[in-house]
Design a protein around this ligand. Sequence first.
Ligand code: HEC
Ligand code: HEC
Ligand code: HEC
Ligand code: HEC
Ligand code: HEC
Ligand code: HEC
Length: 427
Amino acid sequence: MNQRLTSQIVRFSFSFLFCLGLLTPRFSHADSTAVAAAGAPAPAVAAAGGGDAVGGEAVFKANCKQCHAINDVVVGPALKDAHKRWPSKEKMAGFIKYPQKVIDGGNAYAKGLYDKYKQYMPNHDFLTDGDIDNVIAYIVKESENPTVAKEETKVGPSSPEKGSDEGSGLLAPVIAILLVTLSVVIVLLLVVINLVSKILGQKREDLNESDIDQLEGDINWSILFNHPLFKGVVAFVFVVMIGKVVFDKFYSIGIQQGYAPDQPIAFSHKLHAGMYEIDCNYCHTGVNKGKSATIPAANVCMNCHNVIKTESPQIKKIWNAVENNQPIKWVRIHNLPDLAYFNHAQHVKVGGIECEKCHGPIKEMEVVQQHSPLTMGWCINCHRETVVKTEGNAYYDKMVEIHQANHGTKKLKVEDIGGLECSKCHY
Ligand code: HEC
Ligand code: HEC
Ligand code: HEC
Ligand code: HEC
Ligand code: HEC
Ligand code: HEC
């Protein structure tokens, strides 16, 4: 009799716990990869020919990511299938190690790359041969990976980890607590049921027929489902799930107008871009080339600071970063949610829009802050109001012609070239 009820509950509990168990690794997994990524370059695996893609990923993230993505041009070319563009792995490794030597040495392909990207990739002679093997293995592997990282290109150089990682980092302990709580609740339930059945069993003679039926018959699930404890647990799980969704959303959008976090080094735009009039492009090299503006790597700072103000403690931090081969952990300020696509080159180079139009008076900012709301309404408004810069752009000649045929002298606005279409801004 009550054994049956107990065993059903036990079975139910186990399958429930099992399902939860299946769910949790997904969350904690994100966590562990984030840790791996943040770690120092993996020790070189002296792989016999092969190379270790996992170790290579760490090398890539620490040394290459600020300039390369697999599928997108960042500062350097997209590295998808790069290994197929080189006659041998040794040649490719040689190039990665001493690019300038190869380019100036008369390798026509390398020269072509240089002509296109107009800058030398830095030497990587500080990497071991094992590291380079590994990073090539990583490139090979990622080239074959069809789902690879739109994500990857989104993250600026040395920009802080994405919010979602932080979210799941917090989530893992929550799930663990949840599991423990549930186990305790289930054990308590079993004890209570056992006790009640025992007492009822002893008082059998006092029970009427329907009570005995209840005691011996099949489980009445509706009793379980209507039990306040069960409802409580379900509600709790539900609240936690909703909590996660809201939390993630909050993290990915969260950052707001006026946001001006403290940075690891007191870098001043007012001083560099304002007073010394250093061109934005000098540091944010991506603005004319691709999606991301990019934050300069520490060795860009070293172009000047290996001689300027070397005694300053702030500048010593840059030296440290370079010597330890660790990116400076700038805190990212502007950050659209993943669902939206924004491209700097499209706006700066093609559209001819000044940085200040969107980012405000950067040249006067001691500490950068987010000037615009970065909401969908903000993007759309500008696309409604702004006239497309068509002069000198043959690409638009035909469109202007058609537009004028239909609308007379009305100017061609961004909305007229599809700037309000959902798919232009959403993946
Ligand atoms: C500071 C920016 C920068 C960094 C850091 C950088 N690269 Fe490059 N890379 C370039 C540029 C620019 C080119 C184009 C060739 C040139 O002009 O030097 C390039 C070219 C390449 C190519 C040739 C691509 C092709 O299409 O054949 C490979 C391979 C490559 N890089 C691998 C790497 C690896 C691996 C790392 C990290 C260990 C790395 N790069 C780090 C800027 C960079
Ligand atoms: C000497 C290098 C240098 C120059 C020149 C420079 N920047 Fe920066 N910029 C940085 C660095 C480093 C950061 C990251 C630290 C920070 O936020 O202050 C940054 C951050 C930014 C950010 C915020 C990025 C984020 O996290 O969202 C914007 C916007 C920006 N710069 C725009 C500009 C504009 C516009 C100019 C030209 C008027 C310019 N910068 C010139 C180095 C430079
Ligand atoms: C084109 C040259 C140039 C580049 C590139 C450059 N700086 Fe500077 N930086 C200067 C000059 C000039 C000063 C002012 C020095 C002085 O006050 O005597 C300065 C001052 C500073 C100071 C203030 C130091 C102090 O203690 O007063 C910091 C911090 C700094 N730079 C950080 C950076 C960082 C970080 C980068 C890279 C993102 C960078 N700089 C890139 C030229 C440069
Ligand atoms: C039409 C508006 C617009 C213009 C013009 C613009 N930006 Fe941005 N910028 C943005 C938006 C939106 C983001 C956030 C992008 C994201 O999160 O994907 C951003 C992000 C950045 C970042 C953060 C890192 C990154 O790579 O995304 C830097 C640095 C930056 N802009 C620099 C510049 C500079 C320098 C210029 C001028 C040469 C410029 N921007 C012109 C809208 C603009
Ligand atoms: C200051 C005005 C301005 C703001 C703000 C602005 N844009 Fe644009 N956008 C333009 C202009 C101008 C063009 C046309 C560039 C060209 O000639 O291709 C454009 C073009 C585009 C295109 C290509 C449209 C097409 O039909 O080819 C996309 C996508 C886009 N913007 C996305 C965004 C997103 C996302 C935001 C907000 C985060 C944004 N824009 C904010 C002015 C703006
Ligand atoms: C010019 C670029 C642009 C166009 C066109 C555009 N969006 Fe967006 N959209 C954005 C940006 C940027 C965000 C993120 C900022 C925000 O949440 O306000 C966003 C956010 C969203 C969100 C999420 C809101 C949230 O709360 O997270 C939805 C849903 C959405 N857009 C739907 C659409 C639909 C449907 C269309 C077509 C009718 C469209 N968008 C056209 C730029 C655009």
